[in-house]
Every structure is written in structure tokens, then in C-alpha cells.
Design a protein around this ligand. Sequence first.
Ligand code: 13P
Length: 250
Amino acid sequence: MRRPLIAGNWKLNGSRESALELAADLISGSADLSADLLVCPSFTLLNPVREALAGSPVALGAQNVSAESSGAFTGEVSAAMLAEAGCAYAIIGHSERRTLYAEQDRELAAKVLQALSASLTPILCVGESLAEREQERQEAVVQQQLDAALGELETTAIAKCVIAYEPVWAIGTGRSASPQDAQAVHASIRAWLGGLSESLAPSVRLLYGGSVKPDSASALFEQTDIDGALVGGASLNASDFLAIARAAAS
Ligand code: 13P
């Protein structure tokens, strides 16, 4: 049985004050929830949010991680630094990083390795563009992204990853994939895992992301292969985020 994971990607949002308020609201609303909760604030908010979450079951993660461990890489933050800052997870290969910052597959594979080496759980994001969806190439695109980022890893390492399917056309648009369309891609991801190792397929958590809201969450979580969500906009509102988490836990 895979325990649901509801992850909030706060993106480039929030101040120290609003982050602390959001963290406090999440703690008070998450008691006895049978789902894992995670928030991923900006780097400079990690420390105050870590302090606010101390002793609570809400985990902390980063939105990005360097492909390098140390050296002359101005502006980068290493996996070891993130672990030291209290992170348990790192989002890797979000479509905004791929499209706006030209992150390449080879770099993403290195980021996954860096995260694992610091005992962070990588949340690898995959997903097709609107043009690729219109050509019905979503499963081929996702498989190619999985091959590139995870294909060289031992299955024991892949077992430590979370995979988030985020169709690019559904992110921030208010247009979520239908539960059936999301499930079809999730099933193809699980089949990809099963092709590597039979024991891998049932154990890895697969999240859906892209305009997940409280009213669309339950139907997504009813799908066999959807184990939670990577939430953008709705994660900035504690009651929406908690409603999504309760939908996953029920
Ligand atoms: P939205 O929930 O705002 O569509 O964002 C999804 C996302 O990009 C999460 O990583």
C-alpha cells in the first residue's frame, strides 16, 4: 500500500511572514492525517519554515538542487547543503526549469544522483507539452524523460525516488488533466518501472500535478496509479492544500 504524498511547490512566492503563517496553519490542520505532507519553499525561506515545522509531520523540500556537489558554480545550492538545511526532498526537472532555464536531461540525471547521495528523495517531474499531447505523444515523451533521468540508475536507487507527472499544458492554467488521461500516463509510468523490475512498479509513488484543486482532487486520487499530488497555486492557501490532502487520505 502506497501512502499518499501531497507536496506543495510554492514556486517564487511568499515572504517570511506569509510562509510562517502558512506553515502554522498546515501544522494545526494536519494532525492525524493519513497522508504525507511536504512543502517546498524558496531557498531563503527553508530555514524559517524548517523552524516553524520542527516536531510536526510536515516535511520540507527544495524546488531545485545543483547537479554539482561543490566548487565554482555561482548561484548553485548543493544537495548536501539542502540536507543540512533540513530538506528531505528535492523537486528535480520541473517543466519551468526545463523550459525557462533550459535544464537538459543529462543535467537532471546528475541532479537525481546528487540528491540521492545526500539522502534527499528526488521528486522527478515529467510531462508533455500541449503540442506533444495534441500529437498523442504523451506516453512516448514521458518515457524518454524517464529513460534520460533515471535509466542509468540501479533499481534500488529508483526505488528511493518519487515521480511527478505534470503535463505542461495543465500547470497554472486551471485546466487539469482528466482523471482518466492522468491515470493512463501514470499506468504507463508504472509499466516503465515494471519493465526495469517487477518489485519496483508497486512501490514507487507517482504524483499528479497541474491545476490540482480541492474540487478536482478526489477524482484524481480515485485512480489506481495516482498516489498523491504536486500542487502549485492551491498549496499557497492552507485550507485548499489541506482539503486536497484530506481527499488523498480518505
Ligand atoms: P499549479 O497547481 O499551479 O497548476 O502548479 C502545478 C505545479 O507546477 C506544481 O509543481
